[in-house]
Design a protein around this ligand. Sequence first.
Ligand SMILES: *Cc1c(COP(=O)(O)O)cnc(C)c1O
Length: 382
Amino acid sequence: MKDLAVALTQRRAQHLYRTRTTVDAVEGVYAIVNGARLLNFCSNDYLGLARHPEVINALQQGAARYGVGGTAAHLVCGHHAPHHALEEELAAFAGYPRALLFSTGYMANLGIASALLGRHAAVFEDRLNHASLLDAGLSSDARFKRYAHNDIAQLQGLLNESSAAHKLIMCDGVFSMDGDIAPLPALADCARDHNAGLMIDDAHGFGVLGAQGRGVLEHFQIPTASVPIYMATLGKALGCFGAFVAGDEDVIETLIQESRPYIYTTATPPALAEATRASLRLVQTEAWRREHLRDLISTFRHGARQLGLRLLDSATPIQPIIIGAAADAVAASEKLRAQGVWISAIRPPTVPTGSARLRVTLSAAHTAHHVERLLSALEGVA
Ligand SMILES: *Cc1c(COP(=O)(O)O)cnc(C)c1O
């Protein structure tokens, strides 16, 4: 084992020590921490559905009916009617023949790479892909290639050079730390031209992008046939927990037969599937949440520019403010917290060195007034 005490001390000295903040209670968009009431701008509850009464009620009713635990893996006796119904509803909504639930997005990504890539494959990933997507590619048997962020020319070069029998491009739909949307039409063309597969992780786009919230494909009006493997999570805009993969019959059946993170784990609680079904209905019936969110995003961007803050080119609820040094980002986050505003500092290695940031996330649960408060707290801090 490595010298743990030395490694921890070093980490602390570099301002990279990670700590957890305990939330004692939640009151709408406020988190109660150590007796302080913090206006929360760092959750991924983009549509404000995590506390929706219909979602909570579905969870309670589901628990009364099915109990708490899934009690076994899906292939043993854990696969319940609510899971099955949710899979069918997710497939229909995303526009694919089938969908398969995974316990988490991290596991879904590992499960896709391990089951669908063999030793003769190569996987191509954007450098800024989410850690779970990078880990999935790295831990698979395939050769692993990375290209600079959104650099389609470099991707083409790597695909041209590759002699692998099978090629798969794996990419975030919305980049989780920058908030920008992947150039999906170019990626789809590139995949087609090089006879490569394309997998999109739409953790931050599903529910948010597109008029109906179907995600990044709807945003670009790209047919699902261009993206044979689509993955999204249920713990962000849907306010629940878990993830799913959508694809055709062969993709989904292969995952069921061979994906170890799918096979060797306990099914998520059936009641959770009931809650997620309620949330998916709200995604479809309450389009005002997306419209309100878009208004908040433009209010925030307009105000932040007037304050001279360094924003990135993001049209999504992820609105990072680049600070630079890790220590400065932490100090800014602490100052904001003293003013009752909670924005976590994101530091290397999660983001490249020198680009530590305050990662602001907006939610349909926020009001214009909350965004005004955020902006006045940011004035003089960042
Ligand atoms: C959050 C996230 C995941 C992981 O999903 P979990 O369900 O939280 O494990 C995967 N990919 C991206 C892009 C994410 O943002």
